[in-house]
Design a protein around this ligand. Structure first.
Ligand code: BGC
Length: 809
């Protein structure tokens, strides 16, 4: 990352990098995120303006290969940034034309550019020098932010300084509603238009625009106020006009400018949607808000204060050369989901609200994200878990439709919790549309259960457990119990026809039946869920336990069945390691070296092989960590307990052998893979762990999956990086009875500073260095906490500090 630890900086113009910069410099506040497209730009193959409002999905049907498919997309909302200018009414120095192109149009050159994203305050500054066809040079500085404290507001402040000319300038400041979802090349064969003009106009200083889906199910309304200033005084333009075509509205100002004197344009925009639950139509709410909102300097001050507050709670201070990237990733987590998201009933989209990849859907990635929220902003975790809870009934119906009991959470979730995984996907390498069986990743249900359990363990939030969490876990447990079939010959229960986290394998090469049998990760997680359901039930107050069991109709016989299954699920083994699924050993070895020699980057093995007429299903080759996920979610001792609980004899080297085995057979086609590998290697091969950690750090800033970041950031990997620092290398465990640290700081990491939320203390400071560790509890009224640092125990009251030397360094 260029810049210091608090600034992401890009110098110069590089058309190939525009998309990446737009995603990485996007501004957002959990209500909406706006890509960092240049305000004068439209979608032209290089730039891609995008504003995505949390939870604003729309379902549309498309025809692919004569088949009708329905997809639900996160809708690209109206672009609120448009702002451009041109000189008018005076001749340029070289006697050129009076009225040339607008800034952004061909013939108006941008000479240089510097982008600076202030990560402390989430304010993006873009500086450019430009020259029009008549040779007039103008400096343009623009600041943009999405107000963190007032989620409906976006602000763009533009400063224009004529460098070598004086004259008259025309300025156009507008709202663009003629937008489509066109950000992902491989979706271009599908319906892309979701929004249509639904009203617009102007009143006084304010312009407004409303768009809606064809069925009006979703409406988005915007209003903008643009004010002009010269120095500290308001400037009254010579003329103000309105440009008004269906779906687009602009204010046009004409004003005199003088060489060297800066003209400031303050554009404040409000965004509302029909999801906000207000009586007025969204554009009316927006107009009302911007009409008399404070000026942009006041709004920016408020916004900055909110971020200062956030960073106090959320900062992870890591002393290494990627520290700035860690700040950037935390910022994007908080821009995607914040206190502003809590009441919106939205989930955590895997690719943020930064682009259209994966259609803004929610996968299992919150498994990688929530641990960070649990520690810093548990109210956000709770909101994400409630998004799932509110869709529990839908998950029950999903299960029923599949002939199962309990709850089956969808692999891809959008607005209502139905299964949103596409039925066909395009392999861009071969141009073929292929059946998509990834919806068989039922392990997502265990991830939801795990998130409930970890949230409860870290926060002790008994109320959530009692009123929502336990019910979710029980229903997922019930689903697994029903999915498990007893195999007489084996004397064990089996779960057939699923896909594990390694979604490259979606069936056996010798069978046309979709899915695999006994994915080890799925089965162990099913066993864990069944055990955990019992454990959580036991922790509920008796009256609540009785109510839940009665309401769900779970009786003693059913619970006894769960116990039986939890202890007798099948986990396949071969060659002394856990098999990824039953029959794995029958697959062929892949010639990795030959494939690498032929293709270089082979992360997307599935696409490469399919394009060659082959199938990845034939090989021992994984997209990402699958079996190894077990050691990501659990300690080695816990994995051993789970396996011995299932009746398997586990020697101490099983983990080592299994890690080595799959490490040699994984292409890392998902950014999540590096996170998990860094984690499982942290305590046995520190160098390799650091290599994977660095790869996870690079994932988005260096776009290592080849162009995917421009389509949306990878929130799971972003959070995974932070979590590796906070939980893995520190050996941090926030147990109910103690805050435990067992650090293994990689040599490349200097000091690590963590600020945690623990047992009612907001800012517990953990400082880890190679030779010592300390914990400081802030003054306050919360009860004392118990801490254990590499075996040394202490009880700390509010305002106390403990420091422990770490022998061996
Ligand atoms: C990964 C999934 C992940 C999804 C969304 C896929 O490439 O294989 O594990 O949930 O991306 O991030």
């Amino acid at each position: 990352m260029n810049g210091d630890a608090w600034t992401l900086r890009y110098e110069g113009l590089d058309p190939a990098e525009v998309g990446l910069r737009e995603a990485l410099c996007a501004v957002g506040n959990g209500y909406f995120v706006t890509r960092a497209a240049a305000p004068e730009a439209s979608a032209d193959g290089i730039h891609y303006p995008g504003t995505y409002l949390a939870g604003c999905y729309h379902r549309a049907s498309s025809t692919v290969h004569g088949r009708t498919v329905v997809n639900e997309d996160l809708v690209n909302g109206p672009n609120w940034l448009p702002l451009t200018f041109r000189a008018a009414g005076e001749r340029g120095r070289d006697g050129g034309e009076d009225e040339g192109p607008w800034f952004g149009e061909p013939g108006f050159a941008v000479l240089d550019q510097r982008l600076e994203f202030d990560l402390r305050h989430a304010v993006l500054t873009r500086r450019r020098r430009c020259r029009d066809g008549a040779g007039r040079t103008t400096d343009v500085i623009q600041r943009v932010f999405a107000h963190m404290g007032r989620p409906h507001l976006g602000v763009l402040v533009t400063q224009l300084t004529p460098v070598d000319w004086s004259g008259t300038v025309e300025i156009r400041s507008g709202l663009e509603g003629r937008v489509v979802n066109d950000g992902v090349a491989r979706y271009r064969g599908l319906t892309s238009r979701h929004l249509f003009p639904a009203g617009q106009g102007a009143k006084g200083e304010v312009i407004r625009l409303q768009v809606a889906t064809e069925d009006s199910g979703l409406q988005i309304g915007l209003a903008a106020r643009t004010r002009l200033r010269s120095g500290d005084s308001a400037l009254h333009p010579d003329a103000v006009d309105l440009l008004d075509v269906a779906g687009r509205v602009d204010r046009v100002f004409t004003v005199a400018v003088r060489q060297g004197r800066t003209l400031t344009l303050e554009k404040t925009v409000a965004l509302f949607t029909s999801r906000d639950g207000r009586a007025a139509e969204p554009a009316a709410s927006a107009s009302e808000l911007v009409a008399d909102v404070e000026d942009t300097a006041v709004l920016e001050r408020q916004h900055r204060l909110h971020w200062q507050e956030l960073w106090r709670r959320c900062r992870v201070g890591a002393d290494f050369e990627g520290a700035g990237t860690v700040h950037l990733y935390i910022l994007h987590l908080l821009q995607t989901f914040s206190a502003n998201s809590v009441d919106l009933d939205v989930g955590l989209p895997a690719r943020g609200l930064h682009g259209e990849a994966y259609r803004g859907h929610v996968f299992w990635d919150e498994l990688f994200i929530l641990p960070y929220f649990h520690r810093h902003l548990p109210e956000l975790s709770r909101a994400v878990l409630r998004y799932r809870y509110r869709r529990l009934d839908r998950a029950r119906r999903n299960a029923a439709a599949a002939g199962r009991r309990g709850a089956m959470f969808p692999w891809q979730s959008g607005s209502d919790g139905g299964e949103e995984t596409q039925e066909l996907h395009l392999n861009p390498r071969s141009g073929r549309w292929l059946p998509d069986r990834s919806r068989l990743q039922h392990h997502v249900g265990s991830a939801v259960a795990y998130n409930v359990w970890l949230y409860h363990r870290v926060t002790g939030d008994q109320q959530f457990l009692s009123h929502a969490g336990a019910e979710v876990v029980l229903e997922v447990a019930r689903f697994w119990a029903d999915a498990a079939e007893y195999d007489e010959a084996l004397g064990r229960y089996r779960i057939r026809g699923v896909v594990g986290p390694d979604e490259y394998h979606d069936g056996y090469p010798w069978s046309s039946r979709p899915g695999l049998d006994d994915n080890a990760y799925t089965n162990v997680m099913a066993s864990w869920t069944l055990h955990t359901a019992r454990e959580l039930l036991a922790e509920l107050p008796a009256y609540r336990r009785a109510e839940l069991l009665e309401r769900l109709g779970v009786d003693g016989a059913e619970l006894a069945g769960w116990d039986r299954i939890a202890h007798r699920l099948h986990v396949p083994f071969h060659d002394g390691v856990i098999s990824q699924f039953d029959g794995y050993e029958r697959l062929e070895e892949l010639d990795w070296a030959a494939l690498r020699a032929r293709h270089g980057d082979i992360r997307r093995l599935d696409r490469i092989l399919e394009a060659e007429g082959d199938s990845v299903n034939r090989y021992r080759a994984s997209k990402q960590a699958d079996v190894l996920m077990l050691w990501y979610l659990f300690t080695p001792a816990e994995v051993r307990r789970l396996l011995t609980g299932l009746g398997y004899r586990v020697d101490l080297d099983l983990m080592e052998r299994t890690v080595d085995y799959y490490l040699a057979r994984t292409s890392h086609g998902s950014t999540l893979s590096a996170v998990v590998h860094a984690w499982v290697l942290a305590r046995r091969d520190r160098r390799a762990s650091w290599r994977f950690f660095r790869e996870a750090v690079a994932a988005d800033v260096h776009d290592i999956q080849g162009g995917t970041t421009a389509e949306g950031v990878h929130l799971g990997a972003m959070a995974g990086v932070v979590d590796l620092l906070e939980r893995c290398y520190s050996g941090l465990s926030l147990r109910r009875d103690a805050l435990v640290l067992d650090p293994v700081l990689p040599p490349q990491l200097g000091q690590l500073d963590l600020t945690l939320h623990y047992h009612g203390h907001g800012d517990v400071l953990v400082r880890l260095a190679h030779r010592h560790a300390s914990i400081t509890v802030p003054p306050g009224t919360a009860p004392p906490i118990h801490v254990v640092i590499r075996g040394t125990e202490a009880t700390l009251r509010a305002g106390e500090v403990v420091r422990v030397d770490l022998p061996g360094g």
